[in-house]
Design a protein around this ligand. Structure first.
Ligand SMILES: [Mg+2]
Length: 371
C-alpha cells in the first residue's frame, strides 16, 4: 500500500488566535492507492500546520511533510515518524512541525487500524478497559454567577468531574478562593472539581493557592507554573498535598520526559495532536514506571478524542479522560458517530477499525475555509 495524497482542511474562520469555538481547526486526510483513508487533526494555529504539511520539498532536513510521505507505505508508522522528524530537523523538533507530524501520525494509525480490521487500541497492545471516566473542561465565566451557571449545567449533563480554567482572575488570592468556593458550592460535594491555573504563577504563589484551596476538595491542580519550570513543578509536587498536573504544552518525549524524570507531576497530560500516537505509548510507559498517571489533553474535534480513547484504553495507569464542556458546531457536525459521555460521565472506547470514527467529508467541506 502506498500513500497517494495528503490533504489539509482548515475549518471555520481563519483565526489562529481562537481555538475554543467553531473556528481554528485543521483536519488532515491521508489517502492510499488501495482506497483506505485516514483522518488526523491538529490543535495549533491551522494556517501554520497547513504550511508545514504542504510546503513542498525544499531541501534535505527542511521539507514540507506531504512531499516526504507520498509514495511511502502508510503502515510503517515508525519509519514514517522518523522520516518526518529527519525531514524537518532544521525547522522542527520540539515545536510546531511536531504538531503537524502528530496530525499526520493520527491519520496513519487510522489507516493502519482499518487495514488490519482492528481498532487502534488493539494495535497499541490491547485494551485494559472498554470505557473511561471523563471530565468536562469549561472556561470560567465573566462573573461568579456565570461561572456557577456553567458548573451546574455540566453536572446536569451527567459529568461527574468538571474542570474550570483559568485562574487567576486578576485580583489576588481572595478572588481566586471565591471562585473555587463558588464552584464547589455549585457542583456539590460528590463531583470531582479540577482547577486549571493557566501557567500564571511562580511556585511560591502556587503553593499559597494550594493551601487556600485545601478546604474545597480539589481533585487536581493543573498547569500552575510556566511550561518549562520543571524544578518548580517538582517542588510544588513535593510540598503540596494536591495532585499536580502538567504537560499539555509539550510535544516531544524529550520535553515530557523532563517532567517525568524530575518527578514533577502526579498526572502527565499528553496532547496527541502535538505528540502523535507513535511516540505516546513509550512516553506513557516511562511515566507509569515512575508512578505518574496519564491523562489526555483535548479541547478540539473528535479525531483527537477518538485517538485519546484508544490511547487511554491501552495505557496501564490513567486518571480520567478530558472532554470539552463547551459547545462547538464544527465538532458536532464532522463525525457521524462521535464518542460522547453517557449519563454516568463515562465514554466507551471505540471498537470499529482504525480510530473508529466516521468522518462526514461533506460536512468537513462545508466548514472548510478556501485558500
Ligand atoms: Mg489545561
Amino acid at each position: 500500500m502506498r500513500i497517494t495524497d495528503v490533504t489539509t482542511f482548515i475549518l471555520g474562520a481563519r483565526d489562529a488566535r481562537s481555538v475554543s469555538a467553531s473556528d481554528g481547526h485543521l483536519l488532515v486526510k491521508v489517502e492510499t492507492d488501495d482506497g483506505l483513508t485516514g483522518w488526523g487533526e491538529a490543535f495549533t494555529a491551522p494556517a501554520i500546520i497547513q504550511m508545514i504539511i504542504e510546503a513542498g520539498y525544499a531541501r534535505e532536513r527542511r521539507s514540507g511533510l506531504k512531499a516526504l510521505l507520498v509514495g511511502e507505505d502508510p503502515l510503517d508508522t515508525d519509519a514514517l515518524w522518523h522520516r518526518m522528524a529527519e525531514g524537518t530537523l532544521m525547522l522542527g523538533r520540539d515545536g510546531v512541525a511536531m504538531h503537524a507530524m502528530a496530525a499526520i501520525d493520527l491519520a496513519l494509525w487510522d489507516i493502519k487500524g482499518k487495514a488490519a480490521g482492528q481498532p487502534v487500541h488493539a494495535l497499541l497492545g490491547g485494551a485494559r478497559r472498554d470505557r473511561v471516566a471523563c471530565y468536562a473542561t469549561h472556561t470560567l465565566g465573566d462573573t461568579l454567577d456565570e461561572t456557577v451557571g456553567h458548573a451546574k449545567a455540566l453536572v446536569e449533563r451527567g459529568f461527574r468531574a468538571v474542570k474550570f480554567g483559568w485562574l487567576p482572575k486578576g485580583n489576588g488570592a481572595d478572588e481566586d478562593e471565591a471562585v473555587v468556593r463558588a464552584l464547589r458550592q455549585a457542583v456539590g460535594p460528590d463531583i470531582k472539581l479540577l482547577i486549571d491555573c493557566g501557567m500564571y504563577w511562580d511556585v511560591d504563589t502556587a503553593l499559597e493557592r494550594t493551601r487556600r484551596f485545601a478546604p474545597y476538595d480539589i481533585y487536581w491542580f493543573e498547569e500552575s507554573l510556566r511550561a518549562y519550570d520543571v524544578q518548580g513543578y517538582a517542588r510544588l509536587r513535593r510540598e503540596s498535598d494536591l495532585k499536580i498536573t502538567a504537560g499539555e504544552m509539550a510535544a516531544t518525549a524529550g520535553e515530557l520526559g523532563r517532567l517525568v524524570d524530575a518527578d514533577a507531576v502526579d498526572v502527565l497530560q499528553i496532547e496527541l495532536t502535538q505528540t502523535g500516537l507513535t511516540p505516546a505509548m513509550a512516553i506513557a510507559a516511562a511515566a507509569n514506571k515512575r508512578g505518574i498517571a496519564i491523562v489526555n489533553h483535548h479541547y478540539v474535534l473528535d479525531v483527537n478524542l477518538a485517538a485519546s480513547l484508544h490511547f487511554l484504553a491501552a495505557v496501564d495507569a490513567i486518571d480520567l479522560c478530558e472532554t470539552p464542556g463547551n459547545q462547538n458546531p464544527v465538532r458536532d457536525a464532522i463525525a457521524r458517530n462521535p464518542p460522547r459521555p453517557d449519563a454516568d460521565g463515562m465514554i466507551a472506547v471505540p471498537t470499529a477499525p482504525g480510530l473508529g470514527i466516521d468522518i462526514d467529508e461533506a460536512a468537513v467541506r462545508r466548514f472548510a475555509v478556501g485558500d
